[in-house]
Design a protein around this ligand. Sequence first.
Ligand code: ATP
Ligand code: MG
Length: 395
Amino acid sequence: MVLCKLLGMGIQMKRLLIKYASEITLKGLNRRMFEDILVRNIKDRIGKEHRVEKESGRMYIDTVSSELASRLAKVFGIISVAEAEVVEKSIEGFAAAAIEQLKQKPQISTFKVETKRADKKFPMESMEISRRVGGEILKNIEGLKVDVHKPQCVVNIEVRDKGYVYTDELKGVGGMPYKSSGRGVLLLSGGIDSPVAGYMMARRGMELTGVYYHSHPYTSERAKEKVIELARKLSQFTGRIRLFVVPFTRIQMEIMEKCREDELTIVMRRFMMQVAEEIARRDNAMCLITGESLGQVASQTLESMFVTNSDLAMPVFRPLIGMDKVDIMDIARRIDTYETSILPYEDCCTVFVPKHPKTRPKLEEIRRSAALLSVNELILEAADNAELIVAEILE
Ligand code: ATP
Ligand code: MG
């Protein structure tokens, strides 16, 4: 009813044509599962009332809204979203729509036509369709030229169950559907690196649970708000993220009191990992994720990572390990976390940094130092007192 009214007012129904990762279509027997997860994620993002139609490697959504496409472009697994016109499957039908769409782009002087023919019953091959529609365009619009190598505009024709013509295609974020590859605990600080690390694992389909260590009153409420905001920014891609804010002051105080100054950082990092592992266990997650990059700071040398990992059962994923800072910053800008990350609020690591942290810690020495504290009790206490926050962007 509402829809009829809208259409009556001249608002056009569009058909969004969604292309998704070819990796999904290669999944054999699991393909259906990946596709179903993708459909669920799409509906979570744009609303359950939308119908998602599936057809060999494509999905379609009919809508009158002009903002759905940009939201869909941020759903992992989606490679592109095009606003397509549904046309009669004939050269005349394709050409009329192509001419109409190109006329809306007077700034363009070169084009090419690309055709995909999934409907093999259609009596003409792709090349022939492209050639003939191209010819019609040239006849009808003055000043346009064909450029097959670097066209300013590509006219796409798809011959499927229905005929489609589109010239605008929004690039999607790609990757694999979120929640298709288990759950991991992301150690999310307020820095530049960890949100990027989380993004990369989420883009491969891993569901994220965030953990942030907060050292009240040494770290401010604003530092905590900043991390919540980072989780919110990530949720543009993932949908809601659960973030545990873990009180870390007692652990840090005890480390300060009982351990040597040059061992503070490494002992603290072992605690961070162990508490994260405890939270992961309780949350049915199977791995930890950090934003570490080889050699970036003292705690990110190979020796340090060996010592922080040694008493953990779960794998620790460090997707940024081989990346340079500038490349990490580029991704942070692209995913819109950078501006939040560079806000100058202190975090728990910057408050308690030793002047000369060990860069080559020895496992046995660090184990002995950590054992001066009641490790298990501290881990359980921190995990028990974690505050759960749900971060999500409301659109
Ligand atoms: P980032 O930019 O992600 O803060 P960093 O370069 O500042 O990283 P470190 O401070 O050594 O490096 O932290 C290394 C990793 O440890 C971070 O990427 C993050 O995964 C985790 N981490 C550090 N501080 C915290 C914290 N307060 N809460 C949760 N995780 C943290
Ligand atoms: Mg940091």
